[in-house]
Write a protein that binds this ligand. Structure first.
Ligand SMILES: Nc1nc2c(ncn2[C@@H]2O[C@H](COP(=O)(O)OP(=O)(O)OP(=O)(O)O)[C@@H](O)[C@H]2O)c(=O)[nH]1
Ligand SMILES: [Mg+2]
Length: 253
């Protein structure tokens, strides 16, 4: 049985002024009801709306750190900054949970993910493809694309215990992140786009982590703004990378 210390909740944010206060309210309720020691770390990626101001307003209410990037650099740079923060600040038994802050992921799933860490997992993914997962409001074409992508991932880069390679809602044991960061010389994420989620997972897998999944409860119907992910260009980029990583490994990436 592994114990869990502090929970760092990393939120990559780009123009999330509508969804962010709703999410922070749910995090506040979770912290009060569960008594989990949670520190929220928001990476604000050059938002042009009031995201940064919302963070400042919330700082007296919950433990909240702002990593502010003046210009938009992409999700991968944000993910990398959140990993760096956790690897530097965290202890080996602390956990970094990262989730989208577009109001589609529910922080109420965090205790279930931490329970999987205590049972021995280093990385826990909230997965759309697990028994018990519920997905509301995702268009059919998007669902079919995601299903096709899973087949491809499993075929080219099988990862034991993992079906959902792209979901942004994951818990990472910080000790495992620290070991993997050493192995990849601090370059766990080099992709600036949405392929960063797959890159991080495959590098962690290559460094020997144990992965497991819980069923995701995805509320896409609550998403208040347009998607920031350009599906077709990101899929094209990901295809190129999957082939490159398969044949040349990661150091060549
Ligand atoms: N740091 C950073 N975060 C971003 C950027 N674009 C989006 N995000 C954040 O990354 C998370 C995922 O973005 P989403 O637009 O929800 O993308 P997705 O979940 O892959 O796809 P959809 O939910 O369908 O839009 C959200 O918390 C966004 O605020 C960016 O350019 N930089
Ligand atoms: Mg999302």
């Amino acid at each position: 049985m592994t114990t869990v210390g502090r929970v760092y909740l990393g939120l990559p944010a780009f123009n999330e002024e509508i969804a962010l206060p709703r999410l922070l309210k749910r995090v506040e309720s979770l912290a009060q009801s569960s008594r989990l020691p949670i520190t929220v770390v928001i990476y604000n990626d050059g938002s042009t709306d009031t995201t940064a101001g919302i963070v400042t307003q919330w700082q007296p209410r919950i433990a909240l750190v702002l990593l502010d990037c003046p210009h938009n650099k992409g999700l991968g740079v944000g993910l990398s900054a959140l990993f760096d923060y956790a690897v530097t600040i965290g202890k080996t038994d602390d956990v970094l949970v990262i989730m989208d802050c577009d109001d589609t992921h529910d922080p109420a799933q965090i205790p279930e993910m931490l329970a999987a860490v205590t049972k021995g997992a280093d990385v826990v993914i909230a997965s759309r493809f697990r028994l018990g997962a519920t997905v509301r409001g995702v268009p059919l074409l998007r669902r079919l694309t995601a299903l096709g992508a899973v087949c491809l991932f499993k075929l080219i880069h099988p990862v034991r215990g993992v079906w959902d390679y792209t979901c942004g809602y994951r818990a990472y044991r910080i000790g495992a992140l620290q070991d993997a960061a050493k192995r990849f010389r601090g370059r766990l994420v080099t992709e600036s786009g949405f392929a960063c989620m797959v890159e991080a997972l495959l590098k962690l897998n290559a460094s020997g982590v144990r992965c497991s999944e819980v069923g995701l409860h995805l509320r896409y119907d609550l998403k208040p703004t347009e998607s920031k992910m350009a599906v077709s260009s990101n899929m094209r980029r990901l295809l190129v990378l999957l082939v490159r990583w398969r044949w040349r490994g990661f150091d060549a990436a």
